[in-house]
Design a protein around this ligand. Structure first.
Ligand SMILES: O=C[C@H](O)[C@H](O)[C@H](O)COP(=O)(O)O
Length: 231
């Protein structure tokens, strides 16, 4: 049976088949996106001409190391396709992202792209989102007030998440954009659209990891091969 990393690589490989010469690519973050970057670098070395806009300092560093050409989103503000992993996805291509803390840039890049292609091992597909704690990127100012406001907005929807400030060792995790992350364990999110609107109503929330109406296709790899989900 194929191991998890090999499944990620297979999904990434199938995504690479959709990349054409001259494309402007949004390049995601995480272990699956990293597998994609490594394969992409081989194609670039073989002469494929693309430009990538990365979604994290981590992906940017890997692209530079491997010779994948990148540009800023300021320089290339419209992209053909964003290719990125996910922490969870449902049958309607609604996603939870941000396990690696890159959700804000990932969402900006996905929204700037004509299409968003999700690459993942098939275990990421779920019936109902919410098993994976939802990452919520918040401003550091008024952390406790924002924590309480998220709790209140969630409770108004009948949800009572466990909220945990993400840390690296003893220190709070800081995103590439200088914010904090609260991981919100909801259990089941029956109405992601309502939760998204509720979270956006909290001023201290910069962005959350629910990606709704952004993904256009998912490539899911399992031991049985690769399957495609379309929006
Ligand atoms: O912030 C990180 C991203 O949203 C990742 O794309 C997500 O966490 C999936 O990562 P992985 O491919 O490592 O499972």
């Amino acid at each position: 049976m194929a191991d998890m990393q090999e499944l990620k690589r297979q999904a990434a490989k199938a995504a690479l088949d959709r990349v054409e010469d001259g494309m402007r690519l949004g390049i995601g973050t995480g272990s699956t996106a990293e597998a994609f970057i490594r394969l992409l670098a081989e194609r670039v070395e073989g002469g494929l001409g693309i430009v990538g806009v990365t979604t994290s300092e981590r992906s940017e560093a890997l692209c530079r190391e491997l010779g994948v050409p990148t540009a800023t989103l300021e320089a290339v503000p419209q992209l053909d396709v964003a290719i990125d992993g996910a922490d969870e996805l449902d049958g309607r291509l609604r996603l939870i992202k941000g396990g690696g803390g890159a959700l804000l840039r990932e969402k900006i890049v996905a929204a700037a792209s004509d299409r968003m292609l999700v690459i993942a091992d098939a275990s990421k597909q779920v019936e109902t989102l919410g098993d994976f704690p939802l990452p919520i990127e918040i401003n550091g100012f008024g952390l406790i007030a924002t924590f309480l406001a998220i709790q209140k907005a969630s409770r108004a929807l009948g949800l009572d998440p466990d909220l945990t400030l993400r840390r690296v060792g003893e220190e709070p995790f800081i995103t590439d954009s200088g914010h904090l992350i609260l991981d919100a364990a909801y259990g089941r999110i029956e109405d992601p659209e309502a939760l998204s609107a509720a979270l956006h109503s909290v001023p201290g929330v910069v962005e959350h990891g629910l990606f709704l109406g952004l993904a256009t296709e998912a490539i899911l790899a399992s031991a049985d091969g690769v399957s495609i989900l379309k929006a």
